[in-house]
Design a binder for this molecule. Structure first.
Ligand code: C6P
Length: 423
């Protein structure tokens, strides 16, 4: 079997995504902002439509036909998500609105109840604000402190002193599997083993990994794993927190309300079992069902093949970007350590100007700090431009992107570099 999606397959895949057929500013849309959110295939759009047209009802409450069907599909989505990340049971899959909410659930329910003054939370310099700010809040609440794993010059994690960084006071290591700026793929199993040797837990932010590579939470050896549906072809406001069952069972509920209880007495409540204990109120039913469909859609195409396809595009994009002598590309060059995104700057053109110019050419990229202000401060910059790829992108699109960059350079009159001037 050819491990890489061939041109015909990509054409077929593109047909699944109606949004890609349009023009933007009179140019064919080239969507390179997949790390922010991916586009949705017809199967997911139709699943949402089907829910609202045929069986919209609340779950786990009604005993009428619609409610029973909604409940069945909602729980089927949980099974699909569990299979997608190889969770040992669907009960350890909690539906949330996304990575941010999943991490906050752990911060509020586990960390605030298990950390005390002087305890340490180890994060890294490449964490998204979602895997940073909740821990700052835990520290404000408990008196625990944040420590960080450093970065090597190539944008990989500095792991040589990991066993020293994780101390007897470290209670949690919270790390992203893939950086949304550097693209770095972190060796989670190695970090998890080091954390467990010291009795610490590990939470993995899977927002940028789950959509693009096969993830097995058990093989990774993590304790908590968070991801978002909207970056993996699923609807917005869908996502998952997976946790080891014994940990989730010992944690108090995050939010109180309907559905998360078994009994409510005049003066106290008895909480429900997993996963409902963590799903207070009417959940995001349609979105979770759509997420289950997205997980099956990606599985059908094959996560390993999607990863290979993105590797090819990224390798090509990195090579073509090198045609610009004043380009700075962040993150590892080794494609085995890099996911399908490239953050960069070109000369002294502000990334926002670049993104605005590229938009006029039909190319959607993101610019800014990408919710990683500490990382940008560490790199000594305020912003980067970022192109992020997915299964429906092609090398031809990279060519258009490169030509658009060339035009942008000309338009902004970027100073020629010494290399371009021949010295
Ligand atoms: N990064 C980006 O453009 P939510 O918003 O909860 O779905 O995901 C948050 C999140 C957490 N971790 C990582 C590594 C992420 O990349 C993101 C979202 C988007 O890079 C929006 S800032």
């Amino acid at each position: 079997m050819n491990p890489i999606l061939d041109a015909i397959e990509v054409d077929e895949i593109r047909d699944d995504f109606p949004i890609l057929q349009q023009k933007v500013h009179g140019k064919p849309l080239i969507y390179f902002d997949n790390a922010a959110t991916s586009q949705k295939p017809r199967a997911v759009i139709e699943a949402l439509n089907d829910f609202y047209v045929h069986y919209n009802a609340n779950v786990h409450r009604g005993i009428h036909a619609l409610a029973e069907r909604a409940t069945k599909e909602y729980e089927r989505a949980r099974e699909r998500c569990a299979r997608f990340i190889n969770a040992e049971s669907p009960e350890s899959v909690i539906f949330t609105r996304g990575t941010t909410e999943s991490i906050n659930l752990v911060a509020y329910s586990w960390a605030r109840n298990n950390l005390k003054k002087g305890d340490e939370i180890l994060i890294t310099w490449m964490e998204h604000h979602s895997n940073t700010v909740p821990w700052y809040q835990v520290c404000e609440h408990t008196g625990a402190v944040i420590k960080r794993i450093g970065l090597n010059p190539d944008g990989t994690l500095k792991l040589d002193d990991l066993d020293k960084l994780i101390t007897d006071r470290t209670k949690l290591v919270a790390v992203t599997q893939v950086s949304n700026v550097l693209g770095t793929i972190n060796p989670i199993r190695l970090i998890a083993d080091a954390a467990h040797r010291k009795g610490a837990l590990i939470l993995v932010d899977g927002a940028q990994s789950v959509p693009h590579m096969a993830v097995d939470v058990q093989a990774l050896g993590c304790d908590f794993f968070a991801f978002s549906g909207h970056k993996m072809c699923g609807p917005t406001a869908s996502g998952v927190l997976w946790g080891k069952r014994n940990l989730l069972e010992a944690m108090p509920p995050f939010l109180g309300g309907g559905e998360m209880i078994r009994e409510v007495w005049p003066d106290h409540a008895v909480y429900n079992d997993l996963p409902y204990k963590f799903e207070a109120g009417t959940p995001n039913i349609a979105e979770s069902i759509g997420l289950g469909v997205a997980a099956d859609y990606l599985t059908r195409i094959g996560l390993d093949r999607i990863r290979e396809h993105e590797k090819e595009i990224t390798r090509y994009a990195l090579a073509r970007l090198e045609e610009f002598s004043d380009i700075v590309v962040y993150g590892p060059r080794d494609i085995e350590q890099r996911a399908g995104l490239v953050a960069f700057t070109v000369g002294d053109i502000h990334p926002h100007d670049l993104a605005t110019f590229l938009d006029q050419e039909g190319v959607a990229i993101r610019a800014g700090h990408h919710c990683t202000m500490p990382l940008h401060k560490k790199l000594g910059i305020t912003a980067t431009a970022r192109a992020s790829f997915y299964l429906y992108n092609t090398q031809d699109e990279v060519d258009v992107f490169i030509e658009a960059l060339r035009k942008a350079k000309k338009f902004f009159g970027a100073c020629p570099t010494g290399r371009e001037l021949g010295y």
